[in-house]
Design a protein around this ligand. Sequence first.
Ligand code: ATP
Length: 429
Amino acid sequence: MKKPDSNVMEKIISLCKRRGFIFPGSEIYGGLANSWDYGPLGVELKNNIKQLWWKRFVHQRDDMAGIDAALIMNPKVWEASGHLKEFSDPLVECKKCKRRFRADHIEGNSCPDCGGELGQPRQFNLMLKTFLGPAEEKANEVYFRPETAQAMFVDFKNVLETNRKKLPFGIAQVGKAFRNEVTPGNFIFRMREFEQMEIEYFIKEENWQEAFEHWKKEMWGWMTESLGLDKKNIHEFEVPDGERAHYSKRTIDFEYEYPFGRKELYGLAYRADFDLKNHFKEAPYQDIEAGEILYPHVIEPSFGVDRSVLALLCDAYHEESERVVLKLKPALAPYKVAVFPLLKNKPELVAKAREVYDEVKKEFTAAWDDRGNIGKRYYAQDEIGTPYCVTFDFDSIKKHDVTVRDRDTAKQERVKIKELKNFLNEKLS
Ligand code: ATP
């Protein structure tokens, strides 16, 4: 296991703030416990992840359908799913400094902060409550969803009937989830408001092991091919009996080596027929050929969006002798290209460079920069992971070409302006 390195984490958090990836939420009012806002670059990175995920798991498969359900659902959903009763963490309070911790995160019997004696653990429900309608009374109590999953079960029949799907098939959703976490912390690793990308994959019971293996492979493919994470930083953890969520018969956690230690990135769970049985009085699926009516079983690959962002930032962050580089895969980089005029105070150069920029941005997310010198602009683009920088100089006017500089190798080459889009397309694909 890699040694935790809080120094690297601080540098990543500072880069995120400085360059506009992620800011503390409500900062001018002193912040709000562990809420974070994605800035102009962060939202691009996050959107790229979500779009890539949707493309891979929904658009490129015939056995998947997407939904986008309401965040607040009828409270009966949470009663049926077991969340009202079971979705809790054990909380302990230090008798001396009064700080609270998750009992299952503490080794030993004393406060990790002041060494004081800890009280008895008590269960603390993680659901975030609010009221629907003007009266703050019990009958109007509702909850923000603690996971996106339940909507896929509740909408199961609607999707089935409108989409003519047959087992095995999946329903996918990307959206916000809310948990009143006892101890948030570690930047965007544990938040009270976060995003998930989840799949509920419906199967016949006898096929669960095969489907579980399929999704395990798919999750590895997503992490290493789509996100480009280094395999060495990812570990599978088979969650033992007694530690799994109340609905799960088998769970694998994919853990990532964050600078603050090895912790969960994603989860893969076999939920059996627990959910559909809870929500539907009668079996909701009919297999006409086999003449069966049944409750499908469920495999659930669950991906945190924010933890994807965090793992990507940690994986991509590189310090080289004179620069910091975010080696993001081009498909994920907030900007694919940056365009510069060599000098800011030469109107002819600036106007021509603008023409190149206007063309490029029709096809690629592009940045314009004319501040400072070229070296500083390269440095800034390296730090935000822009794969290519294009400079328009005096030779460009005569020769109709530009300098293209590669982020990872820092090598430069001349490319004809009329070839530029093809060149970039080839490099970025
Ligand atoms: P943990 O053990 O870290 O509390 P969990 O096992 O409760 O996580 P799941 O219920 O399996 O998490 O949620 C699925 C995924 O959602 C997680 O793998 C993670 O990527 C993400 N996730 C869960 N809780 C949070 C949170 N508080 N902040 C950010 N992402 C989260």
